[in-house]
Design a protein around this ligand. Structure first.
Ligand code: NAD
Ligand code: UD1
Length: 359
């Protein structure tokens, strides 16, 4: 029987790509999403791409009663938990909304999981928990600190997961810290669909390319970097999706071992995964200007830009060590910056208005 996974936030940008990768890897999926930052059309497109209907429940992770019904109706192996709000600026003006959604929502989910004795979880954390890193590339032992409510909500969930892992050795909790996800599915059918003017770099560039925005403002060109612009670890969303499959395969392997050892109590010491943080990045930094230039080269679109002041809260450079993911999960990112630009452009040019377009 296929292992069934509950995917919270599975209609969103990273979740929708991961649903396809999970299906291709032979996992069953049930998507649970309140569509606060996504649409049914994303679910329809994923169904089309995998060639079968998706088991989709429109619901909120803070709705314990609905979650219980879902856990009673299915036998899940575990949960991949993407559901959350992610706009840093909005989190500064609406901190309660962010803590309520991201922290309370996760607590409700964990309580229902605990009640149903489902203790395998993969959580979407972020490189933002490393704050302004002292040492690059950033490894998983680097100190954590955050300055905005979005980041604090991720950090708070990390602490909660650490505490429950200590309280009960049956929890297996992988915390994936993503660097900067960009790109889209190679079909051009699913991708990132920001609600308003994008805050993040790649969707901004692609909206300039398609003519929806006039020009990119580059925030600062006096950073101590290769060309003065900010440096980030951009990772293709389909590589990221494969990282989730690798993490799930690892969890499965570990929980199978645990089961085997508890069946033969004297043979091997039972050992849970506990709380396991893992970076998902490429290990390489790319500057804002390098990304802009690669996008132009790969798509033939000139991107108009101007330099303006630094954005408050931004750091000069951020890229992660990808060694732990490689050693433990056997996973590494394969796609290049050129692939990320081409695939972003395919999605943007085929869907200039995102999922709202009638196509
Ligand atoms: P997204 O907004 O596209 O997807 C999140 C999904 O969760 C959306 O479909 C939204 O409708 C749903 N959701 C939000 N609150 C919910 C709730 N209370 N109940 C049910 N569903 C809810 O974002 P994404 O880029 O796919 O990010 C997925 C996860 O990864 C988030 O937790 C985000 O914080 C984290 N993350 C994202 C990035 C990034 O740059 N995209 C980087 C690091 C971490
Ligand atoms: C942002 C979030 C971070 C989140 C990460 C991944 C902020 C302050 N931080 O990080 O919490 O984990 O996304 O989704 O929002 N840039 C421009 N012009 C633009 C947009 C961006 O020059 O219009 C520059 C930025 O200054 C930065 C780089 O591009 O140097 C990347 O920016 P962005 O895509 O917003 O990601 P992060 O700032 O790394």
């Amino acid at each position: 029987m296929k292992n069934k996974i509950l995917v919270t936030g599975g209609a969103g940008y990273i979740g929708s790509h991961t649903c396809i990768a999970l299906h291709e890897a032979g996992y069953g999926i049930v998507v649970y999403d309140n569509l606060s930052n996504s649409s049914r059309e994303a679910i329809n497109r994923v169904s089309m791409l995998i060639g079968q209907p998706i088991d989709f429940i429109e619901g909120d992770i803070r709705d314990a009663e609905l979650l219980k019904k879902v856990f009673n109706a299915h036998h899940f192996y575990g949960v991949i938990h993407f559901a959350g709000l992610k706009a840093v600026g909005e989190s500064v003006s609406k901190p309660l909304m962010y803590y309520n959604n991201n922290v309370n929502g996760t607590i409700t989910l964990l309580e229902v999981m605990d009640e149903h004795n489902i203790k395998n979880l993969i959580f979407s954390s972020s490189a933002t928990v490393y704050g302004d890193p002292e040492i690059l590339p950033i490894d998983e032992k680097s100190p954590r600190s955050c300055t905005n409510p979005y980041g604090q909500s991720k950090l708070a969930v990390e602490y909660i997961l650490e505490d429950i892992a200590v309280s009960d050795e049956n929890w297996n909790l992988i915390c994936l810290r993503y660097f900067n996800p960009v790109g889209a599915h190679p079909s051009g059918r699913i991708g990132e669909d920001p609600n308003d003017i994008p805050n993040n770099l790649m969707p901004y560039i692609s909206q300039v390319a398609v003519g929806k925005l006039e020009k990119l403002s580059i925030f600062g060109h006096d950073y101590p970097t290769v060309d003065g612009t900010g440096v980030r670890d951009f990772i293709h969303v389909t590589d990221l999706a494969q990282g989730h499959v690798a993490a799930l395969n690892y969890l499965k392997q570990q929980t199978d071992l645990q089961k085997f050892s508890s069946d033969r109590t004297n043979a091997i010491q039972k050992k849970s995964v506990g709380f396991l943080p893992i970076n998902l990045g490429t290990g390489k930094g790319t500057s804002v200007l390098e990304l802009v230039n690669t996008f132009s080269k790969e798509t033939g679109k000139k991107i108009a830009y101007q330099f303006i002041d630094r954005r408050a809260g931004d750091i000069a450079s951020c890229y992660g060590s990808a060694d732990k993911a490689k050693t433990l999960l056997g996973w590494h990112a394969e796609l290049s910056i050129a692939d990320m630009c081409r695939d972003t452009w395919r999605w943007q040019s085929m869907n200039p208005d995102g999922y709202n377009a009638k196509n």
